[in-house]
Design a protein around this ligand. Structure first.
Ligand SMILES: [Zn+2]
Length: 87
């Protein structure tokens, strides 16, 4: 249950909506895209605010996936995209 009040978007002065968004991270030519992340999202520009717990999970997940992608690049793998789902 979400009992906290919605944060306001500083740019649009509108309350953000609790829904899912896609988190994207790019570094050294590697892009990690994580869909269906729950977050507070601005209805105008889709700017997301993640809760601290979610940020911790995103950092851990992204760092693991980056390592996997870098190893694949080192061995010049023909596989350049992966879709992973849990549950
Ligand atoms: Zn906004």
């Amino acid at each position: 249950m979400i009992t906290k009040t919605a944060p306001t978007c500083g740019e649009h002065q509108k309350p953000k909506e609790w829904r899912t968004t896609t988190f994207e991270y790019s570094d050294e030519g590697i892009t990690i895209r994580i869909p269906n992340v729950p977050a507070w999202v601005c209805p105008d520009d889709d700017e997301a605010s993640f809760t601290p717990d979610t940020v911790d999970e995103l950092i851990a997940t992204v760092s693991e996936l980056i390592e996997t992608a870098k190893r694949a690049r080192q061995r010049r793998s023909v596989l350049t995209e992966y879709i992973v789902a849990v549950g």
